[in-house]
Every structure is written in C-alpha cells, then in structure tokens.
Design a protein around this ligand. Sequence first.
Ligand code: FAD
Length: 453
Amino acid sequence: MDLCHAAGLASLLQDPARVLTHPPIVEQLSRDFYWYSPVLRKQLDGKVGDLVVQPVSAAEVRDVLRYCHAYDIPVTARGAGTGNYGQAVPLHGGVVLDLARMDSIEQISAEGHAVCEPGVRLGVLENEARKVGWELRCYPSTIIKASLGGFLAGGSGGIGSVAHGNLRDYQTVRSLEVVTMEPEPRIVRHEGESVHDILHAWGTNGIVTRIWLALAPAVEWAQCAVACDTFDTAFDFSERIAADPFWTKRLVTPFEWPIPSFFTPVRQYAPRDKALIFLMIAESERAGLEATARDAGGEVTYSGKYLGLRTRPLLSDYTWNHTTLWAMRSDEAYTYLQCAFDPVTVRQQMRRLKERFGSELLFHMEFWKAGDGRMIPGAIPVVYYTTEERLNEMISFCREIGVFVANPHVNNVEGGGRYRSDNVQLLAKQRYDPKGLLNPGKMVTFKPHEFAR
Ligand code: FAD
C-alpha cells in the first residue's frame, strides 16, 4: 500500500492524528494471541498492516471504507487483539481499523438490554450493567481487555455460558449494525436470526458499529475451589452441579492434575496430585455447595464472596482459555484444543483419549448450555505439542470417537469450527464485500473475482 494513502485517510477524520504510521505501533496493533498455536506462529509471524486508522463514529468508518474500496485497500478490524486464531492479523497489509475509541455505552435499559459501540471493553460493560441490576450473560476470560465487537466477531462464549449458553444462543445478541465495504458503504441493521450472518465472521463481511445485547439479572456471586482425589470424581461432581437447574452458577471448571500446579498465584488451593474444580455459584447457595462437595468426596480449599473483576483471587483468571496461558508459562511446549464431548458418552470418550494420548492431553473441561438446553461437557484440553502431525492425529482421533473439535490451529473462519453450515456468513460477504477487501484470506470459501464488478 502506498503510504500517500495515510494523508488521504487522515483527511477523512476529524483528527488526522488518528492515522498511525509509526512501524512499532502498527506492528503491535497488527498482532493478537495467535502465538498460542505453534502452527499459527509459523504462519503469521511478521504479518503486519501498513497503517492504523482509529475511527470514532460509524460515519468515519463509512468514509474510511469508501476510500479503501475505491483504492482496493484491505481493511482488518481490530477490537483489543486478544483473539487466539490470528483473526485480527492482516494477511495482506492495508489498514488496521482499530475500533477501540468507539467505546460508548449508549443505554442499559430497564428490561436488560445494552446498546453499545463495538469498542466498549466487556469489563466496563459488566461493571456498568451491575450498577443497575444486570450483568453479562457470558464473557471470555479476557473480559478486562476484550471488546464487545471483537467478542461478537471472533469469540464464542465463556464464563456464564453454563447458565446462558454461548453468544450465538438464546438471542443474546439481539441486533447489530454493520458498515458494508461497497462503493457507497451502507449501514445495515441485522436483527433476530440475521445476526448470525455477522457473528463469528472475523470481520470479513462488515464492520460492526452498534450492538444490542441482552443481559441477565445480576447475581451476588461467590467463588469456590474444590479438590478431589481423582479427575473422575471431579468430573462427576462438576457435571452434577452444571446440569442441575437448582444451582445458580456462572462457572464450573474441573482440571486434571498437573494443570492446577501451573496456577502459581493460587497454588495454595491446589493440593498436590489432586484434580481441582473452580466454581462461581450464587452467594446464597455457597454453604449448600460446600456441603454437597464434601458429601461427594471433595475438599473445599477456597470459598469466598466474589468481590469484582479487579479483586484477588479471581478464579475465572485460570479458566477458559486462560488455563492454556498458565500452562504455556510453565512450559512453552503446551498448547490446546477446543472440544465438545457428547453428554451421554463423555466418560468413554475421555477414557479412549487417555488410553491413546496419556499425559500428552490433559483435561480441562468447561460446561456450557447448548441452544437446545443440553448441558455440553466442553473442553479446552491442554496439549503437549511435539509435531503438527501428532496434533492432527489428536484432532482426527477426537473426531473419530465423536468429540467435536473447533480447531484453533487454523487461520480461517471455515476451519475454526464455528462456520455456519447454511453459509449465511459467506452470503453476507458476497453482498457486503464483493471485492473481498475485509480481512482478506480469512474466509477461504469466498472467491472475490466472482462478485467484484
Ligand atoms: P480482536 O482479537 O481484536 O478481534 C477478534 C476478531 O473480530 C477479528 O477477526 C477482528 O477482525 C474482528 N473484529 C473486531 N472488532 C470488530 C468489529 N467492530 N466489526 C467486525 N469485526 C471485528 N474467547 C472466548 O470466546 N471465550 C473465552 O473464554 C476466551 N478466553 C481467552 C483467554 C485468553 C488468555 C485469550 C488470549 C483469548 C481468549 N479468548 C476467548 C479469545 C478472545 O479473547 C475473545 O474472543 C475476545 O472477546 C476477543 O475480543 P477482542 O476485542 O480482543 O477481539
């Protein structure tokens, strides 16, 4: 990209200083957490945009996209850059569209709907919502840093999913507005089912500029850690709590030893050689949970009221994909998979994986409620990486025995496992980005020459 475009783009913004060209800054804002995957690390190291544009309104986004369309400049949206699959890494240079400054919360209604710009940090939204009696239905363990737009476009679920499902379920995303990449970009509203055209499309088919999100009534939470002699006991107890509607829960996460040994700041809650469970449960149910845990053979190693996102200990900091981060800190050879076990045959599936891969694959489960109401034993197992062939062997074996894998070692929407089989994301790309300039290379079934006029 010719850097004379920096001046052209700057002329479209109220403040030209919101076009950044300083190479270290551009490099920093071109990266995400792709390095979690040894496979993606090789593919994406060194990929950078040419410059960064920081719009503050949908009107500025529209002006930038109009300009980029005219000059065939690729545009890669960026929230906070905490994605794990290199979603926000530009493969073909161009503009990194940093949406962090579009971070206002327009409204949190009495009925529990938030209307926000995409750059709002999830932690800010959670705190504001709790002030008026609401909270996020689900959020990633990166809540403090991650943006709402990035979560919708690149994430899936997290803390809270055990009760409220993933982002795509239960109409959590009520509506959103996207700016299209056309000669005259439009601002299009997607409501109801049509939000799925845009969700988890990695910013390949529109730039999200406004979001209507359904919230849940706020709960006074507590955190507990329970140690069990075996992982089987920990899993049985966790499954029971997750599946029983009696319990008001936000997190039910069992770990196989030695995963708990990686959690340095909370090692005191992790007795040696034992499986560990981290839970968030309603404060009013905490005593009952402790008693139930003891009856099930568990030892309660920590129990306390949850005091907020910036307080310690924050057990969610060790769950979802943070678990992998702690493992990698302990040994760089660790990486991960993202799986969904069959709720009926999960025990046989886990046994077969253990027989085949032993300590190369360590169980870290995360339960979530599927859209049809079933409680899914999801997992983000920690994997000891040796070669790509061995990793692919694990993925193939999982699939062979009926374990779903959303492969986090590929850099395209289709390969990641959240691509819609009804092709709605692709169809939206054909409509909204016929030249294929939005995050090019990330939706591999799209063929630009068939649509560009
Ligand atoms: P980014 O990484 O900036 O972007 C993600 C994708 O969205 C990119 O393709 C980008 O182009 C696109 N995008 C960003 N903004 C827009 C927009 N306005 N319009 C269109 N496209 C846009 N994910 C989970 O789902 N659950 C977890 O529990 C979880 N835990 C994690 C733990 C760790 C330690 C790490 C490193 C990652 C984790 N993730 C998890 C992944 C990631 O943190 C979340 O998905 C997060 O919500 C992404 O938000 P972000 O603002 O960082 O998005």
